[in-house]
Design a protein around this ligand. Structure first.
Ligand SMILES: Nc1ncnc2c1ncn2[C@@H]1O[C@H](COP(=O)(O)OP(=O)(O)OP(=O)(O)O)[C@@H](O)[C@H]1O
Ligand SMILES: [Mg+2]
Length: 393
């Protein structure tokens, strides 16, 4: 399916139709994974083509909701029955994959190692297994790397990427650059130099001698071997980091920032929006998730709640006759009605605050979509589509 790349977009549907990569990001727990899955499901149903959601930490429930046992590192097609059961007839196909950091690192080594001996030496290095899972930013980097790889394969019309719950939402944007920096770093060269030259340099000799005594020479040799082998992949890595970076900046890629309307996530969202702008990355849409329904902000509703709160007694008397239960006392009805009116007014205070925070954010993107707080957790494709339908138009 051909997708245009330049048309203006004022809905998430138009955005999804005109982009090849959408990246959902935002602070922890705001609904990034859910939004990514919902956008992908909507695109598969309404736009057609092949759509992949690349999730990072899908709740098991989400996998079940999509009709598969669990997501794996390989892309899995969501069975047609999962749509049929939800009463949907998708025009396209939906696939899902999970990011398995270890498996993706292995893949990367296999691809970038200059020869089979180096490849096996890296994969067999005792430190590799440990380090590949714990590398600083390893997860973020691998997410971007995997995205690049899948995009380059041309297998999908749209890839929706979920991002990890980072402490700092912009960490993963810097991951490719940081990885390239790491490979070019002086620290790495300094660590491996003595082993590369087999002659200790004057600068590192005292350190190496002490470290040898404390850590044991085998340990140090393992570290050095690991980094040395890794350095053989330097050029491949730096090239890829640049390519990943280019894909993120490409016009076919947009970011969807997800936020709830609470003070802390909104502050982080503002920060994230600035970071995207300064990196010249496209902010395609802002999704305001778990928001209170708009009727809470209606002035007539406020008036009604105030009247009810102030005149709970006469209303209770009127209602009592209709309840048709002699055991109920008018005082109880008055209490219940007054309490309902008061909590409605409390919710309104929160809704008003949400309205102010919404105004804060709305001016930053052409597309701003709101998804109400749903009482039911998403447990099937129908649930995802319900969230998606709030996003779409
Ligand atoms: N609109 C909504 N209404 C009610 N519950 C929701 C809504 N959106 C998401 N949730 C629920 O909130 C929880 C967190 O959502 P999700 O996992 O998508 O967030 P996340 O941003 O990916 O979190 P993390 O930062 O941990 O990866 C889930 O249980 C999800 O089902
Ligand atoms: Mg998540």
């Amino acid at each position: 399916m051909a997708r245009a790349t330049t048309e203006s977009t004022d809905t998430l549907e138009a955005l999804a139709a005109s982009r090849e990569v959408l990246v959902t990001c935002g602070s922890g727990g705001v609904g990034k994974t859910t939004t990514a899955a919902a956008i992908a499901a909507m695109a598969a149903v309404h736009l057609g083509g092949k759509v992949l959601v690349l999730t990072v930490d899908p709740a098991r429930r989400l996998a079940t909701a999509m009709g598969i046992e669990r997501f794996g590192n390989t892309e899995t097609r969501i069975p047609a029955e999962a749509f049929t059961v939800a009463g949907l007839e998708p025009r396209g196909q939906l696939f899902a994959a999970m990011l398995d950091t270890k498996a993706s690192w292995d893949d990367l080594v296999v691809r970038h190692a200059p020869d089979a001996t180096t490849r096996d030496a890296i994969l067999g290095n005792p430190l590799y297994a440990n380090i590949s899972g714990r590398f600083v930013q390893s997860h973020d980097y691998i997410a971007m790397e995997r995205l690049y790889d899948i995009h380059a394969s041309g297998r999908y019309d749209l890839i929706v990427v979920d991002t990890p719950p980072t402490r700092n939402a912009i960490d993963f944007l810097a991951a490719p650059d940081r990885m390239a920096e790491f490979f070019s770093s002086r620290l790495l060269r300094w660590l491996t130099a003595p082993y590369q030259s087999k002659v200790f340099t004057l600068a590192s000799k005292p350190f190496m001698t002490v470290a040898d005594r404390i850590l044991g020479s085998q340990f140090l040799a393992d570290i050095a071997e690991f980094f040395m082998l890794f350095q053989t992949m330097h050029d491949g890595f730096v090239e890829r980091a640049d390519a990943v970076r280019a894909l993120l900046s490409d016009r076919r890629t947009s970011f969807v920032v997800v936020s709830t309307l609470e003070t802390a996530p909104v502050a982080e969202t503002r920060f994230f929006i600035d970071a995207l702008a300064s990196e010249r990355l496209d902010l395609g849409a802002i999704v305001l998730n778990k928001v209170l329904p708009p009727y809470l902000r209606s002035t007539n509703a406020t008036r009604t709640a105030r009247l009810l709160s102030d005149h709970a007694r006469p209303v209770a008397e009127a209602v009592l006759g209709r309840l048709g239960d002699d055991a109920i006392d008018v005082v109880d009805v008055e209490r219940v009605l007054g309490q309902i009116a008061d909590s409605f007014l409390d919710y309104q205070v929160v809704a008003k605050r949400e309205g102010e925070l919404r105004k804060d954010l709305a001016s930053f993107a052409d597309v701003v979509a709101s998804v109400p707080y749903l009482t039911d957790d998403v447990h099937d494709l129908g649930g995802l589509i319900e969230i998606g339908s709030h996003l779409w138009h």
